[in-house]
Design a protein around this ligand. Structure first.
Ligand SMILES: Cc1cc2nc3c(=O)[nH]c(=O)nc-3n(C[C@H](O)[C@H](O)[C@H](O)COP(=O)(O)OP(=O)(O)OC[C@H]3O[C@@H](n4cnc5c(N)ncnc54)[C@H](O)[C@@H]3O)c2cc1C
Length: 449
């Protein structure tokens, strides 16, 4: 049988697309396959299950294949892995992971929504009990079983990016002594300097042992725990987590569509790859950056859902052009809420954009209202035009109420003057009269320090 639409991957991007295809082209024959048995879940919640804030891994699951079929009318076949692709013949070769049998499936249009896989350090044996990466719900179950059974007193995390930091907090909350080993000189390396500094300070405050500039070269079992070795020294821990980034899960389609160096599928703003009948979305694909005016690899759940929706509508015969991301992100690290949108000054400089920045420090509620916490906003604007190109927020409360309006400003090309007179909400329990974002914009307008 030739499927009108074939979707590989049943999570954020794949299922967002499938829902649109079903909605707009209900008569089309649609097949969705997924390698894992569990579909549609919030991997983003994994650290919070480890910390105990969320009671169980199952809480992260939005749909099972059964509930998806019942509520959305779409069948998802799990335990099937796409192993090769022949775009010339419109064929995808699919392996049944239970029987090992491989079949060729014919498609009219194909969506590749296979996400990304965590990098595995070549010197680490991930089969060893007590060694983990943090990526899937199946992996989470393994982690929880280990933590509950062996009750480790110490854990080493290799990598101080977003997931490494969220994990450090989670393990600390379980009473585990945490050690972070990071190759680069600072934690949160992909974030702006203001955030990197705030994270480094918080790491110290929380008594997490942090070793920057540390290249682990060997991990070996040693009695109850592990020894992690660099050229100069060694560390000991009873559990090891590697969180050193991800790579697009596209090995099976190499050579069949244009890819970036890291293996992300190049797509246009309709989600189409260099093959007109093959679409891609989510962590396995690039995405258009509105400010940079080019595609970037920016793997996030927010983008995967949107790009999946765009690809699905276009596969169903619609015509949606994705306007692009502006690089909005937020991260919780203990009491801190850290967020950015657009370009930091460092990033703008690399792009040859001359910027100025203004910083405002305020409270997030009226000074006299109980629970008011500090918030710091840095606004980055283009020197000549005054257009806002980015913002950075470090908040003791919730940075969303500052970063989202800033993201709209960047998206819409507003200037510091526009934002300075922006009609922001005020009531003592929620916001002060002069909120930090508005203050930063007005400071920029009047060139105040
Ligand atoms: C611990 C953690 C925390 C995160 N926190 C955040 C956050 O706070 N905010 C945020 O925006 N993002 C966050 N993310 C990222 C977010 O989860 C991803 O961007 C999102 O899941 C990507 O969705 P996707 O559909 O592209 O891919 P995935 O969710 O990875 O889904 C891909 C699916 O394809 C299947 N698959 C893969 N290869 C094949 C194949 N060959 N054949 C068949 N099926 C295949 C997989 O089994 C999987 O089900 C986090 C991720 C992790 C791991």
């Amino acid at each position: 049988m030739r499927w009108d639409c074939y979707v590989i991957g049943a999570d954020a991007a794949g299922l967002s697309a499938a829902i649109q295809i079903k909605r707009l082209r209900p008569q089309a024959s649609l097949k969705v396959i997924n390698m894992g048995r569990i579909i549609s879940y919030g991997a983003c919640g994994i650290p919070f299950v480890i910390s105990g804030e969320i009671a169980a891994p199952e809480k992260l699951i939005h749909f099972t294949p059964e509930s998806f079929a019942k509520l959305r009318g779409i069948r998802v076949d799990t335990g099937l892995e796409a192993v090769s692709l022949r775009t010339k013949d419109h064929l995808v070769e699919v392996k049944d992971l239970e029987t090992g049998k491989t079949t060729a499936e014919e498609y009219g249009q194909l969506l590749i929504a296979t996400g990304a896989l965590p990098y595995r350090l070549p010197f680490v044996d991930y089969h060893e009990e007590g060694v983990f990466h943090v990526h899937t719900i199946e992996g989470l179950t393994r982690i929880l079983a280990f933590l509950e059974k062996t009750k480790p007193r110490t854990a080493a995390i290799i990598g101080a990016g977003n997931i490494g930091l969220e994990l450090a907090e989670a393990l600390k909350k379980r009473g585990i002594d945490v050690l972070i080993l990071e190759l680069l000189p600072e934690p949160a390396a992909l974030w702006p300097a203001r955030i990197r500094r705030a994270v480094a300070k918080k790491i110290e405050e929380k008594h997490i042992r942090f070793f920057p500039g540390t290249a682990v070269k060997k991990v070996s079992k040693n009695g109850r725990g592990f020894v992690l070795e660099t050229d100069e020294r060694s560390f000991e821990a009873e559990a090891v987590f590697t969180v050193v980034g991800t790579a697009p899960a596209t090995a099976f389609c190499r050579g069949e569509a244009d890819m970036t160096r890291n293996g992300a599928l190049e797509v246009d703003r309709r989600g189409r790859t260099s093959d007109p009948d093959v679409f891609s979305a989510g962590d396995c694909a690039t995405v258009y950056h509105r400010l940079l005016k080019r595609n970037v690899y920016y793997p996030l759940g927010s983008t995967a859902n949107k790009m999946g929706r765009v690809a699905g509508i276009n596969m169903a015969g619609g015509d949606v052009v994705f306007p692009g991301i502006v690089g909005t992100q937020i991260l919780k690290f203990f009491e801190l809420s850290l967020a950015k949108t657009g370009l930091s000054r460092e990033e703008a400089e690399k792009e040859g954009i001359k910027t100025k920045s203004s910083v405002a420090r305020r409270l997030d509620k009226s000074r006299y209202y109980p629970g008011a916490v500090p918030v710091e906003v840095e606004l980055v604007s283009e020197e000549e035009s005054g257009k806002i190109v980015g913002a950075v927020v470090v908040s003791g409360g919730n940075a969303v109420s500052f970063i989202d309006p800033a993201a709209v400003a960047v998206y819409a090309g507003l200037t510091i003057e526009d934002l300075g007179w922006f009609d922001s909400a005020y009531a003592p329990p929620y916001a002060p009269v002069w909120n930090a974002l508005v203050s930063a914009a007005l400071k920029a307008v009047s060139n105040e320090d």
